[in-house]
Every structure is written in structure tokens, then in C-alpha cells.
Write a protein that binds this ligand. Structure first.
Ligand code: ADP
Ligand code: TZP
Ligand code: MG
Length: 258
């Protein structure tokens, strides 16, 4: 298994590029994480906009640098808004990111997720159980939480990237970013991140920000967003490992890092 560690110098280059663009990120995400998603993007230097209705989402996707489609709390109307946003992004060649929340445990949701995977997202970002289930080698996790280690999903993620044509980001104790040929690994972070709701979902939004700012380098852009989250979690844990304070410190750390 050949893997490259994504380093700080590469991160600094991507970070400058992202901040220089201040990408507009259209977020069609779930009910639980709207605020942390907007705050993570703002702190990191991007511009969030939750334009979700089917009447507007397609037009806005043509303006935004990137679109996030997060399946966390799906309803038929939301899914329609997401479909139109994806069509809008595709029409102008802008990247979009799929977060397949809770893949593998609910048939209707899985059908919805599958329909988006078929449209070839630029990046699919999920936890290990979600990626294993999507790729057909797992049963899903415990609701939205992973019951698998990310290391156990790397080979499946590589195969799935080759099959789908999407970059796969599988997060966990170590994050892996793969296009099926190259695999970048991002280490570190802190487990308290798993005790704050939305760290995964908002990371998917951050992936959209980086990929929207650097669409010609989606692999490095996706790895840079993972690097940002890992370093911010470490900085936050130095302030507190209690989830409430960690949450605030995490946002502050994303703002402060360079
Ligand atoms: N055991 C762990 N140790 C350190 N960081 C972790 C661990 N598990 C998850 N993370 C980090 O938490 C964030 C959310 O990832 P994850 O929990 O996999 O996603 P989700 O919230 O979608 O389930 C990522 O930045 C990831 O690197
Ligand atoms: C708790 C919950 N339920 C449906 S979506 C959601 C948020 C999951 O967020 P994350 O996977 O980033 O912790
Ligand atoms: Mg998730």
C-alpha cells in the first residue's frame, strides 16, 4: 500500500489559495449541523450560503464555487433541491461534494445516496462505516457514527474511487484521500472531535471550499481540508477536551491557523 503523508508546506500553499479566493460554498446540508457548517466555513476563510429550495438551488449552484450535498436529514423536497443544485454545478463545471450520512442502514436513503454517487461527485467524504457500506463491503455504522476504523477502509476506498471516478475521503483516526491511484494520508487530530456533532459534516463543507478554490487540484484540495481539521482539533484539545469548550476552540483554531 503506497501512501503519501500530506505535509504542512502543501497545506500552506492550499490554504493561501483557498483564502485568496474566499470561495462561495452552497450548502445543502442536514438540520443538525447548519450552524457549525456555516461557522467552520467562515472561520476558515470561505463564504457559506444555505440556498436549498428547488426553486432556487439550481440557479445558485451556477454562481457558487462549489456545492455540498449532505444526506443527513433527507426529505423528498430537499432531495429535489439537491438534484437541481447538482445539475446547476454540472452545467457550469463546478465541483460538488457528497456526504453520504448514515449510508448502509436505511434502504430509501441508500437509494438516494446511490443516485447521487451515479452523478459522479467530485469528492465523496464519509466516515469508515459509510464508505464501506457504499462500496458494498460493510453493513453501515451506528446511525451517523462509524463502527469501523478508517485504516480498515483504505483499500476499499481506493477501489471505490476507481469504480466511481470520484475522489474518496475516508475520515477517522487517520484521514485518507484517494483517487484510486494516489492516496494521501493525514494524521493526528483528537478523538474529542467525534463528541461534537457536525465535525464530519462541516469537514465535507470545508472540502467543498478547498475544491471550489482549487478545482484543478481536487486531491490536494481535499487533503488540505482534512489537514486543517486535524490541526484545528489538536489546537482545540490543548484548550479543552470537554466537548462544549472544544467546539468553540475548534472554530477559533480554524480561524487562527496558517
Ligand atoms: N479517533 C479519532 N482520532 C482523531 N480524530 C478523529 C477520530 N475519529 C474521527 N476523527 C476526526 O473527526 C472528524 C470527523 O470525522 P468522522 O468522525 O470520521 O466523521 P463523521 O462525523 O461524519 O462520522 C475528522 O476531522 C476526523 O479526522
Ligand atoms: C446527528 C445527526 N443525525 C442526522 S444528521 C446528524 C449529524 C451528523 O453529523 P456528523 O456526522 O458530522 O457528526
Ligand atoms: Mg458524517
Amino acid at each position: 500500500m503506497t501512501m503519501e503523508v500530506f505535509d504542512r508546506a502543501e497545506f500552506a500553499r492550499c490554504r493561501r489559495a483557498m483564502r485568496g479566493v474566499r470561495p462561495l460554498v452552497q450548502c445543502l446540508t442536514n438540520d443538525v449541523v447548519q450552524e457549525i457548517t456555516a461557522n467552520v466555513l467562515l472561520a476558515a476563510g470561505a463564504s457559506p450560503a444555505m440556498v436549498v429550495s428547488p426553486e432556487e438551488s439550481g440557479d445558485f449552484a451556477r454562481i457558487a464555487h462549489a456545492v455540498l450535498v449532505n444526506i443527513g436529514t433527507p426529505t423528498p423536497e430537499r432531495i429535489e433541491g439537491m438534484r437541481r443544485a447538482v445539475e446547476g454545478a454540472e452545467a457550469v463545471g463546478h465541483p460538488w461534494v457528497l456526504d453520504p450520512v448514515a449510508a448502509g442502514i436505511l434502504p430509501w436513503r441508500d437509494g438516494v445516496i446511490r443516485s447521487f454517487v451515479e452523478r459522479r461527485p467530485t469528492v465523496i467524504r464519509g466516515n469508515a462505516s459509510e464508505i464501506l457500506a457504499l462500496a458494498g463491503t460493510g453493513q453501515g455504522g451506528c446511525g451517523v457514527d462509524s463502527t469501523d476504523a478508517s485504516d480498515a477502509a483504505v483499500e476499499t476506498a481506493k477501489r471505490f474511487a476507481t469504480e466511481t471516478g470520484s475522489i474518496i475521503v475516508v475520515t477517522g483516526e487517520r484521514d485518507f484521500v484517494t483517487d484510486g491511484t494516489r492516496t494521501l494520508v493525514v494524521e493526528g487530530g483528537h478523538p474529542t472531535a467525534t463528541l461534537v456533532v457536525g465535525t464530519g459534516c462541516s469537514l465535507s463543507a470545508l472540502v467543498a471550499a478547498y475544491v471550489g478554490a482549487m478545482p484543478e487540484e481536487p486531491l490536494h484540495a481535499a487533503a488540505a481540508s482534512c489537514f486543517a481539521a486535524k490541526r484545528a482539533a489538536e489546537a482545540a484539545a490543548r484548550i479543552s477536551v470537554r466537548p462544549g469548550t472544544f467546539h468553540t476552540a475548534y472554530i477559533d483554531a480554524l480561524f487562527e491557523e496558517d
